[in-house]
Design a protein around this ligand. Sequence first.
Ligand code: CTP
Length: 437
Amino acid sequence: MDGGARARVVLGVSGGIAAYKAAVLLRLLAERHACDVTVIPTEAALHFVGEATWAALSGRPVSTGVWDEVHRVPHVRLGQQADLVLVAPATADLLARAAHGLADDLLTATLLTARCPVVMAPAMHTEMWEHPATQANVATLRARGVLVLEPASGRLTGADAGPGRLPEPEALAEVAARVLARARRGVDRPADLLPSDLAGRRVVISAGGTREPLDPVRYLGNRSSGRQGYALASTAAARGADVVLISANVELPAPAGVHVVPVGTALELREAVLGACAGTDDPAGAGRADVVVMAAAVADFRPDTVADHKIKKSHDSADDDGVPVVRLIRNPDVLAELVRTRAAAVIVGFAAETGDAEGDVLAHGRAKLARKGCDLLVVNDVSGDKVFGKEVTEVTILDGAGGVRPLPAAGKDEIADAIWDAVLAWPASTPTGAPLE
Ligand code: CTP
């Protein structure tokens, strides 16, 4: 699949009550993650959610067996052409059939022809999940490179509870997007498709853009959407990090498993970031952050006074022409302060640059890295139409040792993943002197 194309996902649905959640998953994959989804239910799955639902939601024909549209050889074609096969829910029976290489319906035949990543999300009663037969099948599938997710714990079909629940559709859609992104970047070792290499790391990320009030209704702001910072947060959480996201005026849903701290101004952001880095925001005393990423667009200046009433056209501070004069004062440079106090083992800055007479985007990036003294600087070219809020971004990661890592144009999640790879590769030291990775 090339960078701009929609990913082709086969969504296998086997016959468990959690099949209803797969309908939401299908929507998320298609709408939030730009995937073309073909649903392959098993016969048993259709007892829970009917064919019409899958056909209507996916906009594609649906069949369970290998005898429909035989001339198009669907049992071979779907698997061969897929970028990802995701089975959710995967019942004990489906796991058993897949582990034994059966091909007695369209889904199992597709599993045998797929050469792309295969992810299975088991859902069943705890006893069935824990049974040695199921565990042996899971072990076999994992040994063959299938990513079999752990089921979630919680309420099952009846009044009982325990491990066996299907994870929520949002979490499954995130997993699918992450696996697709890494596969697109050429990662093909199954173990590397869904790494938990940030497990145990405490990560602080700032996102969005600060707003500096002029009066109760007006502010000086910027056009940062916060999407890159949010992608960094959800990606880090998916890779196992403990994530605090300091969010300045962002209208996006909180990423799963991330602690979001909303802020408004640069001063509020500074306090929240420093507190989160020092661990003073956590009553349990989480300790110093391992990584801080300043993805927020922080206003360099703020009005030196904030009117307590709405500024009128005929304002006292108007100049001779009757135009109000706003005096600005400098905001603290949070990134510089993080560097000065070595607030985390790895400190990452962002720079949205346009070239000018004094140098191109990279020259400005290099100068900023030297000036700010951070470990990594993610340089984003915002010249021309490559402005804030675009789906696809092109960045270069510079590091303090002179390294230059240009990344191919990609979506925000993919860029976020690459930034975490660069963070893990950076030879920083933790407070105990042990290397970060
Ligand atoms: N930053 C910060 N505090 C500020 C301004 C910026 O922490 N008051 C951080 C941003 O979050 C970003 C990095 O510094 O990670 C670079 O931001 P930028 O606005 O490009 O830096 P400036 O030093 O303001 O550079 P310029 O002279 O280009 O405006």
